[in-house]
Design a protein around this ligand. Structure first.
Ligand code: SAM
Ligand code: SF4
Ligand code: SF4
Length: 332
C-alpha cells in the first residue's frame, strides 16, 4: 500500500535537483555576494549519476509518485539532461515529467527535451522590463533570451507555464504588464509570494506582496473568474482571465499556506531526501545507493521517511527557527 504521512498526506510528486549551480544570481535565491566566485558548489563525485536518479525515481514510483519535476539550480546546466529525461520516461508509473528553468538555455535544448519525453516546462520570468529583469537575475541577463526559449518550447509542443516571484519595491509594477503579455500569448502565469527559503536571501515579511494585493492589482484591469482545483495538492489558486484561455494563478505560501495538501518529496543533487522546502536537514541516501542496498531497502527507507513526515513549515512560520537549506541546493 502507498504510504501517507503523519498528516494523512499521500506522496505524488518527486522534485529532483540535478545541480546546485546556476547561471543567474537572483537576489531572492542566490544573492551574488553570498554565491561568489569562491562559493563551494557540490563536487562532481558527490552528485548523483543519471542511473542513481532513475533508480530512486523507480523506487519512489512504487510508493505513489506519478510526477517528476527536474529543477536545481539551473537544470539545463546539467549536461545530457535530455538523456536523463528519456531514462525517467521509461519508469513505470511516471506519467508526467516537468522541468523548471530560468529559460536562458531553453531555445537551444527545447527540441531534444521534447523528443526525450518532457511533458511540460515552467519558465521563471520575473519582469518584462529589461532593467528590472537584469537587476533581479543579478547577472544582467536579457529578457529576450528567455522569451525565445519560451517560443522554442511551444514550437516543439511542450506545455509552458510562467512563474513570477513578486517582491515589494522590486517588481510589483510588472504584475499588469506580465498579465497583459500572458493574455496575448495565451500562456498560464503564476505569481509567487516572496518566500523565506534558505538563509541567504535577506527575506523580510515587508517585502512580501500578499495574494490579495496581487489580485487587487489584476482586478484594476481584468475580470477574474475563479477556477476549481483540478489536481490534489495544487499549490496555486487559479482564475480565468477575461473569459479567455489564459489562466492566472497565485502561489500564496506565506499569506495562505497550503501544507495540508503538500504531497512533494525533494531529492537534492547529492542524494539527500527532503520532506519540506524549508527543512534544515535531509536524509542522505548516497550510502545506500553506493553501498550494497537493494531496491527493497531503498523503498523501505523512503517509506519510513514519508510515514514519519509531519512538516508544515508555512503554517508554523515564525514559530520555528532552525537554519534552512538553500533552495538552489535542495531544488525549488
Ligand atoms: N533555476 C530554475 C528557475 O529559476 O526556474 C529552477 C530552480 S528555482 C530555485 C525554482 C523556482 O523557485 C523559480 O521559479 C524561482 O523563481 C523560485 N524561487 C526561488 N527563490 C524564491 C523565493 N525566495 N521565493 C519564492 N520563489 C522563489
Ligand atoms: Fe538560479 Fe533559479 Fe535561483 Fe534564479 S531562482 S538564482 S535562476 S536557481
Ligand atoms: Fe509542503 Fe513544507 Fe511548503 Fe508546507 S512548507 S507546503 S510542507 S514544502
Amino acid at each position: 500500500m502507498n504510504p501517507t504521512d503523519r498528516l494523512q498526506r499521500p506522496l505524488h510528486d518527486l522534485r529532483i535537483s540535478v545541480t546546485d549551480r546556476c547561471n543567474f544570481r537572483c537576489r531572492y535565491c542566490m544573492p551574488a555576494e553570498e554565491f561568489g566566485a569562491d562559493h563551494a558548489f557540490l563536487p562532481r563525485e558527490e552528485i548523483l549519476t543519471f542511473e542513481e536518479i532513475v533508480r530512486l525515481t523507480r523506487v519512489a514510483s512504487r510508493l505513489g509518485v506519478t510526477k517528476a519535476r527536474l529543477t536545481g539550480g539551473e537544470p539545463l546546466l546539467r549536461r545530457g539532461l535530455d538523456d536523463l529525461i528519456a531514462m525517467i520516461a521509461t519508469v513505470p508509473g511516471i506519467e508526467d515529467i516537468a522541468l523548471t528553468t530560468n529559460g536562458t538555455l531553453l531555445a537551444h535544448h527545447a527540441e531534444a527535451l521534447a523528443l526525450a519525453g518532457l511533458s511540460r516546462v515552467t519558465v521563471s520570468l520575473d519582469a518584462l522590463n529589461p532593467d528590472t529583469f537584469g537587476r533581479m537575475n543579478g547577472v544582467g541577463a536579457k529578457v529576450e533570451r528567455v522569451l525565445s526559449g519560451i517560443t522554442a518550447a511551444r514550437t516543439f509542443d511542450l506545455g509552458v507555464k510562467i512563474n513570477c516571484v513578486i517582491q515589494k519595491g522590486v517588481n510589483e509594477q510588472e504584475i499588469l504588464p506580465l498579465a497583459r503579455w500572458a493574455a496575448t500569448e495565451q500562456l498560464s502565469l503564476r505569481f509567487i509570494e516572496f518566500m523565506d527559503v534558505g538563509e541567504t536571501n535577506h527575506w523580510d515579511a515587508r517585502q512580501v506582496v500578499p495574494a490579495d494585493e496581487i489580485l487587487t492589482h489584476l482586478r484594476t484591469e481584468f475580470r477574474l473568474e475563479p477556477l476549481q482545483p483540478t489536481q490534489a495538492g495544487e499549490t496555486a489558486r487559479r482564475w480565468r482571465l477575461d473569459n479567455g484561455p489564459t489562466e492566472i494563478g497565485i502561489i500564496a505560501s506565506v499569506s495562505q499556506p497550503f501544507c495540508r495538501a503538500c504531497n512533494r518529496l525533494r531529492l537534492s543533487a547529492d542524494g539527500r531526501i527532503y520532506t519540506c522546502l524549508f527543512a534544515s536537514q535531509g536524509h542522505d541516501l548516497r550510502p545506500l545507493l553506493r553501498g550494497a542496498a537493494d531496491d527493497n531497502l531503498l523503498e523501505a527507507t523512503l517509506r519510513g521517511l514519508w510515514s514519519a513526515r509531519d512538516d508544515r513549515y508555512s503554517e508554523l512560520r515564525g514559530q520555528t527557527h532552525a537554519p534552512k537549506a538553500e533552495m538552489s541546493y535542495l531544488g525549488g
